[in-house]
Design a protein around this ligand. Structure first.
Ligand code: FES
Length: 160
C-alpha cells in the first residue's frame, strides 16, 4: 500500500490531503511523459500530456533539415489556437494546399474545423487562418530514442 493510500484510510481524505501536501506526496501540477522519438523524416509521434488535471494532445515530429542541416524535433500541443479543435498532422499537403488555395512545400498541421494551417518546418508559422498564433509548444529533453516531455507552454488551450 502506498503511503498516500495508507494516510487516506487511516485519517480520512481531507486530513490525508493535508498530510500528503506536507510530505510532498500531493499530485503534481503536470505529469511528465516519455515518448518514442520520431526516427525518420516527417515521422510523427502523438502523445497526451496531463497538466492541472486536464489532458492535452501532443505531437512530436521529425522535421528534415534543409541545406545539409541536421533534422530537428518539433513538438506542439494539438489544440488549435483558434477555437481549440484538435488539429492533425497532414502529409498530403498538396491536397491541403488546394483546399486553402495556396502552394505548400511540405507536410503541415491542419485544423479541419475552420481550415487553419501551420508549418512545422517554420516553428508552426500560421499559413492560413483564422488562427492568429502558432500552436503552443512543449519543452522536451532528448533521451536518445525517447523524448521526455517535461512542460507545456503557459496559456495552452486558452482562447482569447
Ligand atoms: S478551431 Fe482550428 S481553425 Fe478554428
Amino acid at each position: 500500500m502506498r503511503r498516500k493510500d495508507f494516510l487516506r484510510l487511516s485519517i480520512g481524505a481531507p486530513l490525508a490531503a493535508a498530510f500528503a501536501t506536507c510530505l510532498g506526496l500531493a499530485a503534481r501540477a503536470a505529469t511528465t511523459v516519455r515518448v518514442k522519438k520520431p526516427s525518420k523524416a516527417w515521422e510523427a509521434t502523438e502523445f497526451t500530456f496531463e497538466k492541472d488535471g486536464r489532458d492535452y494532445p501532443g505531437l512530436a515530429l521529425r522535421v528534415p533539415g534543409a541545406d545539409g542541416k541536421p533534422d530537428s524535433i518539433y513538438t506542439a500541443c494539438r489544440l488549435c489556437p483558434h477555437e481549440s479543435c484538435t488539429f492533425g498532422f497532414e502529409t498530403n499537403y498538396q491536397l491541403v494546399g488546394r483546399i486553402i488555395g495556396k502552394e505548400l512545400s511540405n507536410p503541415v498541421l491542419f485544423c479541419r474545423c475552420h481550415m487553419s494551417v501551420f508549418d512545422p518546418a517554420r516553428g508552426g508559422e500560421v499559413l492560413n487562418g483564422p488562427a492568429k498564433r502558432v500552436p503552443w509548444r512543449f519543452d522536451t529533453v532528448d533521451e536518445g530514442n525517447e523524448l521526455h516531455v517535461v512542460a507545456l507552454e503557459e496559456g495552452a488551450g486558452e482562447i482569447k
